[in-house]
Design a binder for this molecule. Structure first.
Ligand SMILES: NC(=O)c1ccc[n+]([C@@H]2O[C@H](COP(=O)([O-])OP(=O)(O)OC[C@H]3O[C@@H](n4cnc5c(N)ncnc54)[C@H](O)[C@@H]3O)[C@@H](O)[C@H]2O)c1
Length: 345
């Protein structure tokens, strides 16, 4: 099977990780990097890759099948439209864009032109989440009742040296929460309405350091998320899922999905249910479902090729990612206004 030709646009933290994974991936050859920064140029040299300071120049010079757009959020629309104009399939990092309007513009331009578009909600490619999704879709939980998600971690003080991270928009609601919202939508379906509170009491910056969210799903289930970047705690996906070796792994559950027939924990994939008679006086049994290893970013690259070849539908389409963005922005709005926010149908 011949390899597809991939460009990395934006070789910052995640763009460099994508490059190194794609260099090892059997489906891809990395044809070039486009990023104006000096660090990106020297990274390209270190990997023996062609480098361009401008992505249009790269498009003129290098034949490509696909691009990963790993630039700041407010550039995703412009670069995505440039890929569409050149007929290049794209994996756009999350969030798909900065606003719902931009996200819709990109999605509909890609649809109209028939250009494959996927969004980098990488957790959807994690075998743990895929197993959880299968169990829920098979009806093993019965009717979804409630979900509790914990996203509590301690960002080191050095993280806040960049001034924008201390200002509104630079906090965990817009940076981290979208992953939890997308995960909850992936497992429990569309969100109808939400409420939120936020606090900056721990760090005292202008931006929030902590938030609590209440969610009403369309299927009638309710959910909660607690989120903090100022908590000394093991209870967050990054610290427990083993997705990235840069976080020492903790063996505790952080995500809990409850149904009328059973409940499921993540990342340990424990299924709790009654063996015979049901009711709180009866013994509950716990069964650990077979989690298997697998790098979600590598699986995302495999899936990306399959989407381009029309074999699989995107696990995170433009439309889907737009809804996760909309819900995340709604949390920000709900926290600002102390109002409950209904999402578009
Ligand atoms: N899925 C994930 O796990 C994950 C993790 C981190 C970041 N992200 C997302 O990836 C994107 C990038 O985040 P990051 O942390 O790597 O940021 P970063 O600041 O480390 O890197 C961004 C890079 O884009 C380059 N850039 C800026 N404008 C450009 C342009 N017009 N053309 C080409 N290059 C340009 C910058 O020079 C920089 O090197 C964001 O959308 C972020 O939300 C996703």
């Amino acid at each position: 099977m011949s390899k597809l030709r991939l460009a990395i646009i934006g070789a910052g933290a995640i763009g460099r990780a994508h490059t190194d994974l794609a260099l090892r991936h059997p489906d891809w050859t990395v044809s070039a990097i486009a990023d104006p920064s000096e660090e990106a140029a020297s990274f390209a040299t270190s990997r023996n890759l062609a480098w361009f300071g401008n992505y249009e120049e790269m498009f003129d010079a290098v034949p490509l099948d696909a691009a990963i757009i790993a630039t700041p959020n407010d550039t995703h629309l412009e670069i995505g439209l440039a890929c569409i104009a050149r007929g290049i399939a794209m994996l756009v990092e999350k969030p798909i864009a900065s606003t719902v309007e931009e996200a819709q513009a990109l999605t509909s331009a890609a649809d109209k032109a028939g250009i494959p578009l996927m969004v980098g909600h990488h957790r959807r490619h994690n075998p743990l989440l895929r197993k959880a999704c299968d169990l829920i879709n098979e009806g093993r939980l019965g009717r979804p009742v409630s979900a509790t998600v914990m996203a509590n971690f301690l960002k080191p003080d050095s993280y806040f040296e960049a001034a924008w991270r201390r200002l509104p928009g630079g906090g965990p609601i817009l940076i981290n929460l979208i992953h939890e919202i997308d995960l909850m939508r992936f497992l429990f379906g569309e969100i109808d309405r939400l409420q939120a509170l936020r606090s900056n009491a721990a760090r005292g910056f202008e931006v929030e350091d902590t938030a609590a969210v209440l969610i009403q799903f369309r299927n009638g289930a309710l959910g909660t998320i607690t989120l903090s970047d100022s908590a000394t705690a093991p209870w967050s996906w990054d610290l427990t899922s083993g997705e990235s070796p840069s976080y020492p792994r903790q063996d505790v559950n952080t995500h809990f999905f409850m149904g009328t027939d059973a409940s499921l924990t993540l990342p340990r994939l424990e299924l709790w249910r009654y063996r015979d008679s049901k009711g709180w006086h009866e013994p509950l049994t716990q069964e650990r479902c077979a989690p298997h290893d697998g790098n979600p970013y590598m699986e995302q690259l495999r899936h990306f090729r399959s989407v381009i070849e029309g074999i699989e539908a995107p696990r995170s389409s433009g439309q889907d990612a737009t809804r996760s963005l909309e819900a995340t922005l709604a949390v920000q709005h709900a926290a600002q206004t102390s109002q409950s926010v209904a999402l578009a149908v």
